[in-house]
Design a protein around this ligand. Structure first.
Ligand code: GH3
Ligand code: MG
Ligand code: MG
Length: 458
């Protein structure tokens, strides 16, 4: 996987070194010498990852640059790795608290660096995909243009942490550290408060194979997106790299530093919330894309997508499919007499009756205006006519009561039914036949059902 990486360091030798290492793995490298420059460049070039030095004389340092990047909606999703010779605890914490995803000491361990780069880029690919779809949704108008950046909304997080660990001392310190902000449950010991937002897995446990736990979680449907923090022995490079390769999002070494754990947990959870929020919005926008706003029924686009394969299958000797097209009688008159809002109310009330009179396997759609289509898979024309007749009666049997309207409204519908024939049908001919049937029903006096089979139509 190729990617663009921004290397920020005031020393040319350091920039060159990283450029060579990353270039050897076919990454494109951009460079900046100062914090301000890095922020501007990141804003303009949108790299996939940023490797940031801390001490850069004459301007903001790497922590401040990181903070600024994480404060801007255009750049806050770009992972930042802080690289520094200041390998003490306070500096590590400062980096994580500035929002950096990772902190690596100089001189840089190539294997660890590459494992980190790969793992962070892998995650970024998913985030980019979600962001692209979100941008699409905004362009199509199904996601609110003003919708707030999900990362902003999820600054402060309290979540459920699942701990997979057999060492009592470690469990105690994990609970002490994360229990302040989160609900912590130990696997096999505590009752979980809900589905986990973060999983802390020991890969040095004796009682179980932590790597297997990580691999299982990564491949399980329900846990695929769960962030995993692996607990390793310090300087156990082999296990660190293995954990990251198997899909852990981050590692922390023993003995666990409580503040470091808190900072890493925050970063991981913030990112999960961000991705969850993007996914939820996409689900919602997908739903909007196939639903009619006024009635909540499926829309025309969805109808065509469902009907096409059903008709094709019927043509190839599969099950018959029937449709009914329903048109409300004298709807214009209703609108003209009572107003558009009452007309809308009738459409809604009708949709409820339509929903109540279709089987779970049917699809009820609003084609537009006061015209509706129900798709009935695996249904013959005769059965479809019976269903249509039942619906027609349910509409005229009791008057419509519309909010804000005193008088009860008598509403009737005309329904045309069509069923796939002997391998000649397309979606268009089927819909056309149902339309013709509606027309016949109107001509014959309205409030009735007309069925048109393929053979009779021919
Ligand atoms: P017919 O019995 O022959 O079907 O007559 P009709 O009046 O029902 O049919 P026509 O197609 O002449 O009129 C349909 C009317 O539906 C015209 C249009 O203003 C109205 N209409 C279309 N969409 C909506 C809507 O979303 N809300 C409301 N209130 N009215 C709508
Ligand atoms: Mg009508
Ligand atoms: Mg009409």
């Amino acid at each position: 996987m190729s990617a663009r990486i921004l290397v920020v360091d005031d020393l040319e030798a350091n920039r060159r070194l990283l450029e060579a290492k990353l270039g050897a793995d076919y990454y494109d490298v951009l460079t900046a010498q100062r914090g301000e420059e890095a922020v501007q460049l990141a804003k303009r070039e949108k790299p996939d990852l940023i490797l940031m030095d801390v001490m850069m004389p004459g301007g903001i340092d790497g922590y401040e640059a990181c903070r600024r990047l994480k404060a801007m909606p255009e750049t806050r999703h770009i992972p930042v790795v802080i690289l520094t010779t200041l390998d003490d605890r306070d500096n590590k914490l400062r980096g994580l608290q500035a929002g950096a995803e990772e902190f690596l000491p100089k001189p840089i361990d190539d294997v660890q660096l590459m494992a980190r780069v790969k793992s962070l880029l892998g995650l970024k690919v998913v985030i980019d995909e979600l962001r692209a779809r979100e941008a699409n949704g905004k362009r199509l108008g199904v996601i609110d243009e003003e919708a707030r950046d999900p990362l902003e909304q999820h600054k402060l997080v309290a979540g459920n942490v699942l701990v997979v660990e057999d060492n009592a001392t470690q469990i105690k310190s994990i609970k002490a550290a994360l229990g302040v902000e989160h609900r912590v449950a130990v696997m096999g010991v505590d009752e979980a408060a809900g589905p986990p937002d973060l999983c802390v897995v020991s890969v040095t446990a004796r009682a179980f194979d932590g790597f297997r736990v990580i691999a299982r979680m990564r491949s399980g449907e329900a846990t695929r997106h769960l962030p995993i923090l692996a607990v390793v022995e310090p300087d156990d490079r082999k296990r660190i790299v293995r954990a990251l390769e198997l899909g852990a999002h981050d590692v922390i070494s023993r003995p666990i530093d409580e503040e470091e754990l808190v900072a890493r947990a925050r970063t991981l959870m913030r990112r999960k919330r961000y991705m969850d929020a993007l996914r939820a919005r996409l689900d919602h926008s997908l739903e909007l894309a196939i639903t009619d706003q006024l009635t909540g029924l499926y829309n025309r686009r969805f109808l065509m997508n469902q009907l096409t394969p059903l008709v094709q299958r019927a043509q190839c000797g599969g099950d018959q499919v029937s449709i009914m097209t329903i048109d409300i009688d004298h709807f214009k008159r209703l609108n003209d007499t009572y107003g558009h809002d009452v007309g809308d109310g009738v459409l809604r009330d009708f949709s409820v009756r339509l929903g109540a009179n279709t089987r779970p396997s049917d699809f009820a759609c609003r084609m537009g205006g006061e015209e509706f289509v129900v798709i009935m898979p695996r249904t013959s024309g005769d059965i479809a006519c019976l269903a249509a007749e039942r619906l027609r009666r349910s509409v005229c049997a009791s008057p419509f009561i519309v909010a804000g309207q005193q008088s009860e409204l008598e509403v009737t519908v005309s329904i045309g039914v069509a069923c796939t024939g002997d391998g000649e049908d397309t979606v268009e001919t089927l819909l056309k036949r149902a339309d013709e049937a509606v027309y016949e029903a109107k001509a014959a006096g309205r409030n009735r059902v007309v069925g048109k089979s393929a053979s009779r139509a021919a």
